[in-house]
Design a protein around this ligand. Structure first.
Ligand SMILES: Cc1cc2nc3c(=O)[nH]c(=O)nc-3n(C[C@H](O)[C@H](O)[C@H](O)COP(=O)(O)O)c2cc1C
Length: 330
């Protein structure tokens, strides 16, 4: 798959997820075969006002490539300023968020609110294409409250000169509920000449394959399917590179990865903050295992590294339920 001048050998990318896709999390997924990942979304206006939190989202390293950055914004001047500020990082993809359904965001006219005015979306993207030295992309949903305008929105977006389009196959009002509309994604893919990457319910290799077969998209974005499950990238890689099916990891391997993940968080954020950020991941790692209720409950209370490691050690005694469970969100 080719996005502008960026050539990707794996048609599965780690999706942007705010509060999730920080440096150690990206590196963990890369260790399992993820080739291209996104940073956490960056608010263009916040970058302009230099908020400390926004800068904390940006740590990266040489091996953390190829890397996409996603901007949130609807005003050209803030978005252009952000592009200039981000130039030194030499990200590989510059994406605009036109997909976020959060009320706080759409009431400001940002995220999925941009879908309501495709011409304005096109104009904003055009400015981004003209300002950026990196390929520009957009992430949309199939519409605001229905999919009737999905094709038009996508065509307007393409008109701006973007290099690829990511589409989450749900409407904004659906948020994360309901089913993915493969028909709407297929319609978009059929109408565009740039690469289209599908998003929505990619929790396993068969679901990635279904997205590609039913819609014809060039690739998929992996989001919730990678939470507590970086193995999904090894499975996707095995499948796309050699048609192979990989099983699920043994609990000893899961525990090992959980500990490495914890260490990486503490190294970057320090013990207190690192553990606060890590708790939800600990819970996600336990998906698909039986008798984990107590562990999940205590995961929300751990405060020190020793306590967290002891809890992870306890998890070693749990057995996997039905294998497919590991791929569904709790
Ligand atoms: C915790 C979380 C944070 C997310 N943050 C973003 C974001 O910042 N930008 C974005 O475009 N999508 C974001 N998404 C949406 C995902 O990128 C993806 O499109 C969506 O989860 C559908 O894919 P899935 O059903 O495979 O999870 C987020 C999703 C989750 C679960």
């Amino acid at each position: 798959m080719q996005i502008g001048n960026l050539r990707l050998t794996l048609p599965a990318l780690l999706a942007p997820m705010s509060g999730i896709t920080c440096l150690p999390y990206r590196m963990l997924n890369r260790a399992f075969g993820c080739e291209c990942a996104f940073l956490e979304m960056i608010n263009a206006r916040a970058l302009h006002y230099c908020t400390k939190r926004t800068h904390q989202l940006m740590p990266t390293q040489k091996e953390d490539r190829p890397l996409g950055v996603q901007l949130l914004g609807c005003e050209q001047r803030y978005v252009c300023y952000a592009i200039e500020r981000l130039r030194e990082y030499q990200f590989d993809i510059l994406d605009l968020n036109a997909a976020c359904p959060r009320r706080k965001i759409v009431t400001r006219g940002e995220g999925a609110a941009l879908l309501k005015d495709p011409q304005r979306l096109r104009d904003l993207l055009k400015v981004m294409v003209n300002t950026s030295t990196q390929p520009v992309t957009v992430k949309i949903r199939i519409g605001w409250d229905d999919a009737k305008s999905a094709r038009d929105i996508a065509l307007y977006a393409q008109d701006s000169g973007i290099a690829a389009l990511f589409v989450h196959g749900r409407t904004c009002t659906q948020s994360y509920s309901g089913t993915v509309d493969y028909g709407a994604i297929r319609e978009i893919k059929k109408s565009l000449h740039i690469p289209v990457i599908g998003s929505g319910d990619i929790f396993s290799v068969p679901q990635a394959k279904r997205m590609m077969d039913e819609t014809g998209v060039d690739g998929v974005l992996v989001a919730r399917g990678a939470l507590g499950n970086p193995w999904i990238f090894a499975q996707l890689r095995a499948f796309f590179k050699g048609g192979l099916t990989m099983g699920y990891p043994e609990i000893t391997e899961v525990v090992c990865v959980m500990k490495d993940h914890l260490d990486a968080f503490i190294a970057l954020y320090g013990e207190r903050r690192g553990i606060l950020k890590y708790r939800k991941f600990l819970i996600w790692y336990t998906r698909g295992f039986s008798r984990v209720k107590q562990i999940r409950h205590r995961a929300q209370q751990v405060k020190t590294q020793d306590e967290t490691v002891a809890l992870i050690e306890e998890f070693k005694g749990c057995a996997r339920r039905y294998p497919s469970c590991v791929t569904r969100p709790a």
